[in-house]
Design a protein around this ligand. Structure first.
Ligand code: 5RP
Length: 278
């Protein structure tokens, strides 16, 4: 692997753990002003120092992230349909690699829709993007999206989607957690990170997902809604970092979250304990 490619990948993973806490804020490209991302800059500002990379589009990067933030960028480069479209798999490359280079991105990311109507279109686009990524030293993260068919998130389907993505040359794969997740990781020769999906019932459930995913071999998370739709997003990021980088248990991570929140709002902690949304 070329030096530039290794350097870019190295920026997103902490050396001592070899893992990463990526913050996903790329939802607006097909969902519009998602709850808590209406003003992306305001939501993101306090979170940037606490994640290892952020995943977003060029529009939100340019409008909502200061160039001096110093956080590695995973630039989403696919899109072209919205939630109003019947077939979410009908995506194409919307942002060229030269834009990722101009923006000093650490990686580009695109969705592939295995088994969907536009499977061929998205998989061949992945192959082409990897070729351009190899030419320019730009890592490519494949996102195994499932469109509107949420029932596809089982181990056999996700193993297939991740492996196919790696076979086509993806340098990283983002997928969903599922029962039997270690088989997904074992069948994928490149690092796998997990998305959180829609907000779960509790903070504990989201931390449990991250914990079980890294126990099963994931290289970290690329999580969005369970962080920035939480009422304690900084605490969530620190708790996730404890799990992912320090191998904390879920109760230990919840302690980190409570300590973070107590330090951020001492009045609350001195009076009534914050109700753990766990
Ligand atoms: C949107 C994405 C998201 O980045 C991915 O789903 C992670 O975010 P969340 O944890 O909210 O699911 O790929 O298309």
């Amino acid at each position: 692997m070329d030096w530039g490619m290794r350097n870019r990948i190295g920026r997103m993973f902490r050396p001592h753990s070899g893992r990463t806490v990526m913050l996903a804020v790329d939802h607006g490209y097909f969902m519009g002003p998602t709850h808590h991302l209406e003003n992306a800059g305001a939501t993101l500002g306090p979170l940037l120092p606490h994640c290892d990379a952020i995943a977003l589009t060029r529009g939100i990067l340019r409008t909502s992230v200061p160039p001096t933030a110093g956080v590695p960028i995973i630039l989403r480069v696919s899109g072209g349909v919205t939630v109003l479209h019947e077939d979410l798999s009908d995506e194409a490359i919307t942002t060229p690699i030269k834009e990722a280079l101009r923006l000093n991105a650490s990686a580009v990311a695109m969705s592939v829709f295995v088994g969907a109507p536009k499977e061929h279109q998205t998989l061949t686009a992945l192959g082409q993007l990897v070729t351009e990524g190899e030419d320019t030293g730009m890592p490519v993260m494949a996102i195994t999206a499932v469109g509107k068919e949420l029932d596809k998130r089982d181990q056999r389907y996700l193993s297939l989607a991740c492996r196919v993505s790696a076979e086509l040359g993806a340098h990283l794969v983002k997928t969903y957690y599922c029962d039997g997740f270690s088989r997904v990781v074992d069948g994928c020769p490149v690092p796998v990170v997990v998305a959180g999906g829609p907000k779960l019932d509790s903070i504990e459930a989201a931390l449990r997902l991250a914990h079980d995913a890294v126990e099963a071999g994931a290289a970290g998370v690329d999580m969005g809604r369970n962080i920035w739709q939480s009422d304690r997003p900084v605490g969530m990021l620190k708790a996730l970092a404890a799990i992912i980088h320090e191998s904390a248990t879920v109760p230990e991570a919840l302690d980190v979250l409570q300590e973070t929140e107590a330090a951020r709002s001492p009045t609350t902690s001195a009076g009534t304990q914050p109700q753990a949304n766990v």
